[in-house]
Design a protein around this ligand. Structure first.
Ligand code: PEP
Ligand code: MN
Length: 229
């Protein structure tokens, strides 16, 4: 499935594939990811297709293995203030995708980025993935309003994850387009060859056809703005 997904992305001009081998799951009984074996799959697919790999590091214990498999190391929302982990990736040779903590203010998020940069790794990408509010119509509340102030305060690129931000696949395309319009530098969108059979987060994953349709719409919007993503 990873190979098929990577081929689809490459064929359509998408250069990075994000896939979690180590999964932070709310329930200890839920699928925890394939771990080291998953990293091996990602490395094989990178080798075969040339796609870049973004994958999550959850603990310092697996830092070397994840750094080896990843082109970008993802730090998840639950670890945004895991300072020992931030210090560890500040010594990594790979860029860091820093997801916003689900209850983090912009300042707390930027300070977490400072932990990575002050240790010597200046390649930090911020990722807005929704925060927790009283709203219960979607999994999280995607805070697109954070993008303009973030641009004012920081030079760091910011990408948006409308999949975790909404939790429902029908809401992903409109919020992806809105994120671009609000100034995002990129998007993290969950896709799956057969979303209803996914081991994790299938409800928020697009199938290939829906993804390609959205990609076309995003490209039209990008052309209108005269920007690149
Ligand atoms: C993920 O990207 O699969 C993930 C677990 O995201 P978050 O840390 O935003 O919940
Ligand atoms: Mn997920």
């Amino acid at each position: 499935m990873i190979q098929k997904t990577a081929e689809l992305l490459k064929a359509n001009g998408v250069t990075m594939l994000r896939a979690g081998a180590f999964k932070p799951r709310t329930s200890p009984y839920a699928f925890q990811g394939m771990g080291i074996e998953g990293l091996e799959i990602l490395k094989r697919v990178r080798q075969k297709t040339g796609i870049g790999i973004v994958t999550e590091l959850m603990d310092t214990e697996n830092a070397d293995a994840v750094e080896d498999a990843a082109d970008i190391i993802q730090i998840g929302t639950r670890n945004m203030q895991n300072f020992s982990l931030l210090k560890r990736v500040s010594k990594a040779k790979k860029p860091v995708l820093l997801k916003r903590g689900m209850s983090a203010t912009l300042e707390e998020w930027l300070m977490a980025a400072e932990y990575v940069m002050s240790g010597g790794n200046y390649n930090v990408i911020l990722c807005e993935r929704g925060v927790r509010t009283f709203s219960d119509h979607s999994r999280n509340t995607l805070d697109l309003g954070v993008i303009p102030p973030c641009r004012t305060l920081s030079h760091l690129p910011i990408v948006v994850d409308p999949s975790h931000g909404t939790g429902k696949r029908a809401y992903v395309p409109p919020m992806a387009l809105a994120a671009l319009a609000a100034g995002a530098d990129g998007l993290l969108i969950e896709i799956h060859p057969d979303p209803d059979r996914a081991m994790s987060d299938g409800a928020q994953s697009l199938d290939f056809a829906a993804f390609l349709k959205l990609l076309g719409q995003l490209r039209t919007l990008v052309e209108m703005f005269g920007r690149t993503i």
